[in-house]
Design a protein around this ligand. Structure first.
Ligand code: FMN
Length: 211
């Protein structure tokens, strides 16, 4: 089998930009894709950086959105509401492709998008939203945090609905995007910035930079 990234050799900036967004969209849809899981960075109230792994749940290239789910009691929710600036990092080792993105986060705690994302979430993965204490609560000894009735089994669909009160959707509107592809012939690096416009939808501006 050849190098899975070989076809990238002929890509120009617009092809790279389109490829970055379509790869993210595929990552959200497939757990086997290298971009299914990424790192989301924020700035905490003490000014320190915070970074954590999250599952990429939905992508819209038109709206420039990356969406993930979390528990509304998690530290990141308050952080993002106070300081919405975020960074995302993805690395697809198979294609030797790194994406770094920046944007503004909006935490949804109700509304149509929040309801739609809850309905799309798997019943099994809703168990963490049923945890009794907030994520990060100190414990005297190890404890899964699940309510006693759900310690040893997944919730039934009807039981899982109680987790919705703790469910949050983080929608990040991206305005910076950077691609790095590692190649023996010379790495490729591109940087794009979203330029808003009062007359139209705006455009991505950018191109090659020294790797
Ligand atoms: C593979 C993997 C996937 C994860 N996915 C999520 C996720 O989608 N949402 C989430 O809130 N936490 C997820 N986590 C846990 C976070 O990395 C983090 O530990 C947790 O959300 C607490 O972060 P916080 O204290 O910054 O809020 C995931 C962890 C791993 C290892």
């Amino acid at each position: 089998m050849g190098n899975p990234g070989e076809h990238y050799q002929g890509y120009g900036p617009q092809a790279w930009l389109a490829h970055a967004w379509s790869s993210l969209a595929r990552g959200a849809l497939s757990a086997r894709h290298g971009f299914h899981v990424g790192q989301l960075a924020s700035v905490a109230s003490d000014g320190e950086p915070r970074v954590r792994t999250v599952v990429l749940r939905e992508v819209s290239s038109e709206a420039r959105q990356l969406i993930c789910h979390t528990d509304r009691r998690a530290g990141k929710c308050a952080e993002l509401m106070a300081r919405p600036r975020v960074g995302w990092h993805f690395y697809d080792a198979r294609h030797k492709l790194q994406l770094r993105l920046q944007g503004d986060a909006n935490v949804h705690l109700d509304g149509p998008l929040w309801r739609r994302r809850w309905q799309a979430s798997a019943v099994g993965s809703r168990r963490c939203y049923l945890a009794v204490d907030a994520p990060g609560t100190p414990q005297a000894a190890w404890d899964s945090g699940f309510p006693a009735a759900l310690r040893d089994r997944r919730p039934e669909a009807a039981e899982s609905e109680a987790g919705q009160v703790n469910f949050a959707v983080v929608v990040c509107e991206i305005d910076r995007l950077e691609v790095l592809w590692l190649s023996a012939q010379g790495h490729r690096r591109l940087r794009f910035t979203w330029v808003p416009s009062t007359e139209g939808p705006g455009r991505w501006d950018g191109g090659w930079v020294t790797p």
